[in-house]
Design a protein around this ligand. Structure first.
Ligand code: HOZ
Length: 441
């Protein structure tokens, strides 16, 4: 009986969203689970997601007319907020010239030049359509380049739904407790070696034992898929040293951190330069773009310069490249990073204060405008600690915020993002809502 009551309350929150309820029922008839990506399904927090009508600046509006201060930002791309006029204008102009050619355009070169100028490790870059495609292609390239099979990944890191990387994965795989998806065969993952994030000794041991078999190490330099988890001092440098010593490639998955924690990504912030970098999200300005790049000598192994196969009809699509170019030029010419750091610090302090006042065991991790309030008193350094978070409590906190018009990621294991469109007023309003939500726990 108690379960029924709680389920009902959670399904509707305290705010009625009748149109979203109907839209979700309709969607479930034709879309598995009613969503096109599990991360947005509210499985981890219970209840039903609002369906959205539009976004403007820092805000989202659902089809029931509710307004939310948005901290999801489409899971990272919208660092300048929703519908930035210059990005929208660039896309509209590109659409008038034709939506797809499947043939070379100068805009692709321009976007690649912008990426290469910004990201320390990148001399040449290939555009694809998603972060998943970027990581899938990067590990194929690492294997093709080195002639070795084994890829090292870290528990709780998520690199998209690439079969061989869908083990001990973060994001929706962690949220929904499906660390090893049905359909991913034992053969597919037999060359994937799982280590713990921040475990310097474990990395050294793996290289001592398997150094000659390891093609590459793929890592989120700041993890964004088991909540926000920072690299401990020396961890990234150890990865760099060990891979170099043993002739393996170091791959930074900067799909989340690229152009987010700094214009040059986490590699410029932490001063560690990988061999290959994968990008997505911000680099597409809110349209579907991924990219992988690195030293020319490695990238020239990709077909048709080299023999490693990778292709795509819509890769370098004119609408997507127009959005990416507009976004990167705005970030380069009017850098929002100081503002984002100030807003991030303000929100982090406010959330911490609120949690302490409510006597809720917590810890908060942040790099610039990405952060997580963990319902866990211990600093989260790896998946074994992250897995101990009080996710039920997080769910109640989430609903308290949603009903107060604040849209946080619907999982403890996703990071929240601030955009340059957020104001101090938005942040203070969010802290006030969090104080109330935490006090109700
Ligand atoms: N790619 C995001 C991982 N944090 C979540 C978005 C999704 O999978 O839909």
């Amino acid at each position: 009986m108690r379960t029924t009551t709680r389920t009902k309350r959670r399904q509707e929150g305290n705010v009625k969203r009748e149109k979203s309820h109907s839209a979700f029922a309709r969607a479930r008839e034709v879309i598995p689970g009613g969503v096109n990506s599990p991360a947005r399904a509210f499985e981890a927090v219970g209840g039903e997601p609002p369906f959205f009508a539009r976004g403007e600046g820092a805000c989202l509006f659902d089809i029931d007319g509710c307004r939310y201060i948005d901290y999801v930002g489409s899971w990272g791309p919208l660092i300048l907020g929703h519908a930035h006029p210059k990005v929208v204008e660039a896309v509209c102009q590109a659409a008038r010239r034709g939506t797809s050619f499947g043939a070379p355009t100068e805009a692709e070169t321009e976007l690649c030049e912008l990426i290469a100028a910004a990201v320390p490790s990148v001399e040449k870059v290939r555009l694809v359509n998603s972060g998943t495609e970027a990581t899938m292609s990067a590990i194929r390239l690492a294997r093709g380049y080195t002639g070795r099979d084994v890829i090292v990944k870290f528990a709780g890191n998520y690199h998209g739904h690439v079969d061989s990387l869908l083990v001990a994965a973060g994001s929706a795989a962690a949220t929904l407790s499906v660390p090893n998806s049905p359909g991913v065969t034992a053969g597919t993952v037999k060359d994937t070696l799982i280590l713990q994030f921040n475990d310097v000794a474990g990395v050294k041991k793996a290289f001592t034992e398997h150094g000659q078999e390891i093609a590459g190490v793929i890592v989120e330099p700041v993890v964004g898929n088991m909540g926000c988890v920072l690299p401990a001092g020396g961890f990234l440098a150890t990865l760099r040293d060990e891979t170099r010593k043993h002739g393996a490639l170091l791959i930074f998955d900067e799909v989340i951190t690229g152009f987010r924690v700094a214009y040059g990504g986490a590699q410029s912030l932490y001063g560690v330069t990988p061999d290959l970098t994968t990008l997505g999200k911000i680099v597409g300005g809110g349209l579907p773009v991924g990219a992988y790049g690195g030293r020319a000598e490695i990238m020239d192994h990709v077909l048709p310069a080299g023999k490693v196969f990778q292709a795509g009809t819509l890769s370098g699509n004119p609408l997507a490249t127009a959005a990416g170019i507009a976004m990167l030029k705005l970030l380069r010419d009017e850098p929002p990073y100081d503002k984002l750091e100030k807003l991030g610090a303000r929100l982090a302090e406010g959330l911490t204060r609120a949690a302490m006042k409510a006597q809720v065991p917590h810890t908060l991790a942040r790099v610039g405008s990405m952060m997580t309030l963990f319902f866990n008193p211990d600093p989260v350094t790896d998946w074994s600690v992250a897995a101990k978070c009080d996710t039920k409590r997080f769910g109640r906190f989430f609903w308290g915020l949603l009903d107060a018009g604040v849209y946080f990621p619907c999982s403890q294991y996703e990071v929240l993002f601030i955009s340059a469109a957020h104001s101090e007023g938005d942040i203070d309003g969010t802290i006030a809502a969090a104080e109330k939500a935490l006090a109700m726990l």
